[in-house]
Design a protein around this ligand. Structure first.
Ligand code: PHE
Length: 445
């Protein structure tokens, strides 16, 4: 199969890295990570999360990149290229997962946009609980969801270099600076120390080894690295053959973990300094949107500035991630139909916007979509992809060698994909799938 004529390439290595880190860094790092850490015992969770990133996440990340670059196609065609017709269906599952995640991700992204603009123009609401309840679901949420989706689609329609890469090059360094500055600010607050203790010192080691915490940590590692649905595969499909995949995978994984970790250094000290530690334990989907505004409100003018920056950073993170989700769907639509990029973007985008409507109308629906996407589709996708790379692809090491040279640890990588990743993911999925199915069934009761 010849490389598709006229297929775009990233303008630079830096541009690719910013786009890929942009995909990885998003609501997952700030919203999902901090509430899961709070829910699952702070440091215990952080420890397992790090472990999962390196043992499960990085091998799968490198596999996605090798397949994407090698085939220079979207997921459906790429898996067909290496595995034959039947494996195309795994690619189709990837695209479906991207579509599903994009549809509800945009709802949460819409909240962040609204919060940022409110912080600038109105200040934070006096009663954050009531405020969140009133905006999280319903026609308001739907409107902001549609607005966010439209903006993201516009960028994707402009193409890989002129749209995605250019956006990422501008906003990602900004995001990094803002999150670091916020962590320094949080450190200066009186009483922040208790936050660091909560975040970083394990209280109960038995928690570390529970299957639930392990499952949450693995799911989060996948979600946060944008794995298991072909986003990294698709981005890598625009790479040149001489790029060094292992080095780029390492930079992406460390940056992603780094930002999640630093975001925790903002959230926990801030909440503890302001005496909101009780709220931390009761953390749920709304955590970031209720508890943090409480803190910003108490900090007065400084809080308004800090809050604007915080939610602004979330908007940026969400935008660059949503773009990558949409790109998976768009790239595959371009591969498989006669529509050009613009047409594909519009059609796929309208469909995703409509599909996200239930998530905008009900928090239960949003949560169920998130669980199905992460626990079933991403983990299942990662499991299948590990098996594919380890057992079906003829020469996965060869795909990595181009641009990187040959290293002895490539063998270790393949063995991780063959044996370790599938076993760990299967073990986790057996535990979490029933729970996920129940969450979905509960919606219909
Ligand atoms: N990694 C993104 C985040 O952490 C979410 C995402 C998941 C993006 C899967 C693309 C694919 O917010």
């Amino acid at each position: 199969m010849a490389v598709q004529a006229g297929r775009e390439h990233w303008g630079s290595r830096f541009g690719f890295l910013m786009a890929a880190i942009g995909s990885a860094v998003g609501l997952g790092n700030m919203w999902r990570f901090s509430y899961l850490a709070a829910e699952n015992g702070g440091a215990a969770f952080v420890f397992l999360y790090i472990l999962m990133i390196f043992v499960i996440g990085m091998p799968v990340l490198l596999a996605e990149m090798a397949i994407g670059r090698g085939a220079a196609r979207g997921p459906i065609q790429a898996l067909g290229f290496y595995g034959g017709r039947w494996w195309k269906s795994l690619g189709a599952v990837f695209v479906a997962a991207g579509f599903l995640i994009a549809s509800y991700y945009s709802v949460i992204a819409g909240w962040t946009l609204r919060y940022t603009l409110e912080a600038i123009f109105l200040g934070f609401a006096e009663d954050p609980v009531q405020h969140f309840d009133s905006i999280a679901s319903g026609w308001d949420a739907l409107t902001w969801h549609l607005a966010f989706m439209a903006g993201s689609l516009w960028i994707v329609a402009n193409g890989v270099t002129a749209g995605i890469e250019r956006t990422a090059i501008v906003v990602m360094p900004l995001l990094f600076v803002v999150v670091c500055a916020l962590s320094v600010y949080a450190w200066t607050l009186d009483g922040s120390a208790a936050g660091y203790v909560y975040y970083l010192s394990p209280r109960d080691y038995t928690e570390v080894f529970s299957r639930e915490v392990l499952a949450e940590a693995a799911g989060q590692a996948f979600f946060s690295l944008s794995l298991g649905m072909g986003a990294m595969l698709t981005y890598a499909s625009y790479l040149e053959r001489n790029s060094n995949l292992p080095s780029q995978a390492t930079i992406i994984a460390f940056s992603d973990f780094g930002i999640a970790f630093i975001a925790g250094l903002v959230v926990f000290p801030l909440l503890f300094a302001l005496g909101l530690s009780e709220d931390v334990g009761a953390s749920t989907v709304g955590a970031l949107f209720i508890t943090l505004p409480k803190a910003f409100l108490e900090l007065g003018v400084a809080g308004r500035v800090v809050g604007t920056l915080f939610f602004g950073a979330l908007v940026v993170g969400a935008l660059t991630s949503l773009i990558s989700l949409l790109e998976v769907v768009v790239a595959s639509t371009v591969d498989l139909t006669s529509w050009d990029r613009r047409e594909s973007t519009i059609r796929a985008g309208i469909a995703a916007a409509i599909f996200g409507a239930p998530a905008a109308m009900s928090l239960g629906a949003l949560d169920a979509m998130d669980q199905v996407a992460t626990n079933l589709l991403l983990m299942g996708g990662g499991l299948a992809l590990a098996i594919f790379t380890g057992w079906v692809m003829r020469n996965p090491e060869g795909e990595v060698t181009a641009g990187a040279g040959r290293y002895r640890w490539f063998g270790l990588w393949v063995n991780l994909l063959k044996y370790v990743v599938p076993v760990v993911l299967a073990f986790i999925m057996i535990g979490s799938v029933p729970k996920t199915i129940n969450a979905v069934l509960a919606l219909f009761e």
